[in-house]
Design a protein around this ligand. Structure first.
Ligand code: PMP
Length: 329
């Protein structure tokens, strides 16, 4: 009989699939690493598992302990499912602007959710940072993963994502492209691949217009999970060889094309990463092998990126593939 003894054992070993349609006119092989095959539907399952494993090893988490983290997104789902399997209590602190489906998902996994005011600055005692710090300090046996500072996050990618790409490309990978949020994905995966190739691989950071990583003006943007307005400890900028700066409009158009043309229902940061990938791939020879990481599933974006009214209300085009190919090729 072949079976996993827990859903937590099914994190990682996500497949590579070749992109065939959006790559028209490109000679290089462009492979997507589809992270929605993780049990929590995102790459964040990897860091959740590694952070919890390390906390158990280091004695920060004891049987019956509590995990407290300010997050409403993919990290929350990853932590919730691992915590549940290991018997920990899970409390998420979430700004009230995230009410709705995301919170419902966390509760469905059995997590407790504490809502805080979105409209207060981080240093305010009612902010989600302050409330999560207070809970972590006051609950006996509480542990705060702190995904923006915990180096066991990037280490999870160094130990799993990087080796998987190396193995599945038979060591032929020449380019790796990923978005940068906490920087854990690109830092851990990029460092492994740099070591494996003796520095021969090119690592490309995809960054939203408005984020600090790629330079230029800092302003708001709508693509979720990537870009920052500060430099997290989990990001090692020395692994990135070049950045590609991507607008919301480009990212969302490509996200919709990935669903319609490649059968990949993914989130907006995946579209962003593919825009960056294709810009670089356009100039590469036929023997180049590029891997672009697609962080999460598109089901969480049905009322936004995949909703025509939301797109047009926000000034984005909903033109179909044939109308957009020209501008993206
Ligand atoms: N895309 C999505 C949807 C995410 O949730 C994240 C994580 N913040 C990222 C991309 C970026 O990954 P990382 O934090 O490892 O840089």
């Amino acid at each position: 009989m072949r079976y996993a003894t827990s859903i937590a054992d099914l994190v990682g070993n996500t497949p590579l699939v070749r992109l065939n349609s959006v790559t028209e006119g490109i000679a290089a092989t462009v492979l997507a690493k589809v992270e929605y095959f993780n049990p929590g539907s995102s790459a964040k399952d990897r860091i959740a598992r590694n952070i919890i494993d390390a906390a158990e090893r280091d004695g920060h988490l004891q049987p019956g302990g509590t995990i407290v983290e300010p997050t409403s997104g993919n990290t929350g789902v990853g932590l919730a499912l691992i915590a549940q399997q290991r018997g920990y209590r899970m409390i998420f602190v979430v700004p009230d602007k995230f009410a709705g489906e995301k919170v419902a998902v966390l509760k469905a996994y059995g997590a407790e959710v504490v809502m805080t005011a979105t409209s207060v600055p981080p240093e305010h005692p009612d902010s989600y940072y302050s409330v999560s710090d207070r809970l972590a300090a006051s609950i006996p046996g509480a542990f705060k993963p702190n995904q923006f500072a915990n180096l066991n996050g990037p280490r999870g990618h160094y130990e799993t994502t990087g080796p998987e790409i190396w193995r599945d490309t038979d060591g032929k990978v020449t380019h790796f492209v990923a978005g940068v949020g906490t920087g854990g994905t690109i830092s851990g995966t990029g460092r492994f691949l740099k070591e494996a190739t003796d520095g021969e691989i090119t690592v490309v950071g995809a960054d939203p217009e408005g984020s600090i990583y790629s330079g230029g003006e800092i302003h708001g943007y709508l693509v979720e999970g990537v870009g920052e307005d500060f430099m997290p400890a989990t990001f090692d900028p020395t692994v990135v060889d070049r950045y590609e700066r991507v607008s919301d409009a480009e990212a969302f158009t490509m996200t919709r094309r990935l669903a319609r043309e490649e059968g990949l229902l993914v989130g907006g940061s995946s579209g962003m990463a593919v825009v960056a990938a294709l810009r670089v791939a356009r100039d590469l020879p036929a023997d180049a092998v590029m891997v672009v990481l697609l962080p999460d599933h598109g089901r969480g974006y049905l009322s936004k990126i995949y909703n025509d009214d939301w797109m047009t209300d926000h000034g984005f085009s909903i033109a179909t593939e044939s109308e957009t190919t020209g501008s993206l090729a």
